[in-house]
Structure formats: structure tokens, C-alpha cells
Write a protein that binds this ligand. Sequence first.
Ligand SMILES: CC(C)(COP(=O)(O)OP(=O)(O)OC[C@H]1O[C@@H](n2cnc3c(N)ncnc32)[C@H](O)[C@@H]1OP(=O)(O)O)[C@@H](O)C(=O)NCCC(=O)NCCS
Length: 129
Amino acid sequence: MIDRDHDLSIVRQAKVLKLARSTVYYEPRPDSHVGPRATIGQSCILNTGCIVEHDCVVGDFSHVSVNATLAGRSRLGSFVFLGAGATIIGRCSVPDGTVCGAGAVVTRSLAVSGTYVGVPARLAKPSYQ
Ligand SMILES: CC(C)(COP(=O)(O)OP(=O)(O)OC[C@H]1O[C@@H](n2cnc3c(N)ncnc32)[C@H](O)[C@@H]1OP(=O)(O)O)[C@@H](O)C(=O)NCCC(=O)NCCS
């Protein structure tokens, strides 16, 4: 269902939040939150209930799944996938092409791209495998 008022509020937010025009909010709902000075790249998906806290960065073509949280001025590269409920905290950098599994908690910058799972997140599969 199209909620015109909510769509308009996203457009207004986009001007303030540097939200790229092609960013998609799936099922736009007020419980998705993008904080002040967050930067969202082009063609990102910010899914239902996700949180991108103030000063965080979501790189181009990245997907922040349902209830995932990006906080603590963390930065996602491009083509990053954050699984449902994944949490990135504490000024972490997540390299391009990284997958963080559902429920993963990343507390340190990730040196190499790959699939990370668990709490704290561990490298389950490097990208080249
Ligand atoms: C992380 C993920 C992408 C891994 O998929 P995969 O590459 O097929 O990996 P596998 O299923 O072979 O699992 C690899 C290992 O990680 C473990 N693992 C996979 N996902 C995990 C998770 N979310 N948390 C903890 N461990 C996980 C597996 O048990 C396996 O462990 P093992 O090697 O000790 O047996 C997938 O499990 C996942 O979490 N996807 C997120 C889906 C999602 O959130 N969708 C949102 C839609 S809005």
C-alpha cells in the first residue's frame, strides 16, 4: 500500500540525510530510523525496522535487513548485506561485499571481506571461497 504522507516525509528526510534518490524503503514504516548526518549510498535497501544511527555510512547497493542496527559511527562499504537483526557497533568499518549473517554482532572493524556470523562475529567464509 502506498502511504503518500510517509513517502513525502522520506523525500524531505532525503534532503537532510543525504539519502540517495534511488534508495528503497521496503514497506516504509515509521519504525525504520535513519539518524542525523547518516549517509546512505545509491540503490540501498533499508528494510523494515532497521536502524541507521547518526553519522553512520551505508555504501552503495548495500542492504540493511529487517531489525538490523548500524550504530556508533560505523561504516558499511558497497554491496554489503546485513542479515536480519545483525548489529554493527563501535566505529566499525565493514569492507565492500561483506555478508553479516542474521543476528551477527560486529564490534570491531572487519579486515577482510567475507561472510561473518555469530556473537561476536567470526569469519565463516572468506569472499574468495
Ligand atoms: C550468513 C548466511 C548468509 C550464511 O549462509 P551460507 O553461506 O549458506 O552459509 P552456511 O549455511 O553454509 O553456514 C556456514 C556456517 O555458518 C553458520 N551460520 C550460518 N548462518 C549463521 C547465523 N546467522 N548465525 C550463526 N551461525 C550461522 C552455519 O551453522 C555454518 O557453521 P559450520 O561451518 O560450523 O557448520 C545465512 O545463514 C544468513 O544468516 N542469512 C541471512 C538471511 C537474512 O537475514 N535475511 C533477511 C531477509 S530480510
